[in-house]
Design a protein around this ligand. Structure first.
Ligand SMILES: Nc1nc2c(ncn2[C@@H]2O[C@H](COP(=O)(O)OP(=O)(O)OP(=O)(O)O)[C@@H](O)[C@H]2O)c(=O)[nH]1
Ligand SMILES: [Mg+2]
Length: 294
């Protein structure tokens, strides 16, 4: 991750090679709250650090960060898993609230999967926002991936169906569906997404094989109310956390995982096509606590 919470970084820099004291422990606690690790995680980590400090008043900052790392590692067990591409085609449906980064992520993933040797086709299933088709079309021209476009107001489920058929006809093994986020009410969005699922099921009962919720990290764990709704209605299988660059809320990843318990497949770290990374628990923890020291 390119950048995480600067406050957390400056606290870590300050304590790394020094012994802790009451003030630095408090500063670390505050920085963890401000980086949006959430109450439970911050408390768990700080309790362990305070226990260690009670026993050893010379405890080094680095040892405290090792403690924090091992607590986080336990919390994040299961957060990074391989992507199952065994279905042919494998259908990946991206869902999420307005502006979370679905379309950008669809383009980034199409680019990434293509480079990794997959045959990719994207379906422009956001038929709600007038400019949505143009946006993904621009990406497809720029990055050179296949697209099944759509008309504003068209039935998004039939776009999904057509994309699946096009994948079969053109021998593509990965289908990525970009969906709408901006609907006048949540119920109609959920109904639309359920229809996509139902209609795809006519082609292949296992499709979509992956339903990934795209979550904007800068909104923090507050945005998870809608995530739960998506999960209940749509049966999510994973998470993509976007906008981790430049946000002060790098810890939100932990809260998102604790809350939803779904694997985090990718993180978005910028607006450019290559600004997407597979989520790795070890890399994430290193980027938080040991930046530039890996
Ligand atoms: N900094 C940063 N910006 C991002 C990232 N991902 C997406 N964005 C930006 O977020 C804005 C919204 O992205 P979109 O991909 O259009 O979001 P969406 O979920 O498709 O939005 P709707 O279709 O309106 O629901 C754009 O300006 C993107 O460039 C990221 O990882 N980092
Ligand atoms: Mg979009």
């Amino acid at each position: 991750m390119k950048e995480t919470s600067s406050r957390l970084f400056s606290v870590i820099d300050g304590i790394f090679s020094k012994s802790l004291d009451q003030d630095t422990i408090e500063a670390l606690e505050e920085a963890m709250y401000s980086a949006d690790f959430g109450v439970d995680t911050t408390r768990e980590i700080l309790a362990k650090i305070k226990d260690a400090y009670r026993i050893d008043k010379q405890l080094k900052g680095k040892s405290a960060l090792d403690i924090a790392s091992s607590v986080l590692k336990k919390i994040l067990i299961g957060a990074d898993v391989d992507i199952d591409f065994s279905a042919n085609p494998t259908v990946v449906c991206l869902v999420g609230v307005n502006g979370s980064g679905k379309t950008t992520t669809a383009a980034k993933l199409a680019n990434k999967f293509s480079k990794e040797g997959h045959g990719v086709i994207v379906g422009a299933c956001d038929t709600f926002r007038a400019a949505a088709n143009e946006q993904i079309k621009e990406w497809s021209k720029r990055l050179g991936f296949d697209l099944v476009g759509s008309q504003h107001g068209a039935d998004s489920a039939s776009v999904a169906f057509d994309t699946y058929e096009a994948a079969m006809a053109r021998g593509k093994d990965v289908v990525i569906l970009d969906t709408a986020g901006r609907l006048h009410n949540k119920d109609s969005l959920m109904a639309e997404l359920s229809k996509i699922k139902r209609v795809l099921g006519k082609k292949n009962t296992a499709a979509p094989h992956h339903c990934w919720l795209v979550v904007d990290a800068s909104l923090g764990i507050n945005s998870l109310v809608s995530a739960k709704k998506f999960h209940e209605e749509f049966g999510l299988t994973g998470i993509i956390v976007t906008k981790l660059d430049g946000t002060a809320k790098a810890g939100a990843v932990v809260g998102i995982y604790r809350e939803l318990g779904l694997p985090i497949y990718f993180v978005g770290v910028g607006e450019a096509p290559e600004d997407i990374q597979r989520f790795s628990v070890d890399e994430y923890i290193n980027s938080l606590f040991f930046p530039n020291r890996q």
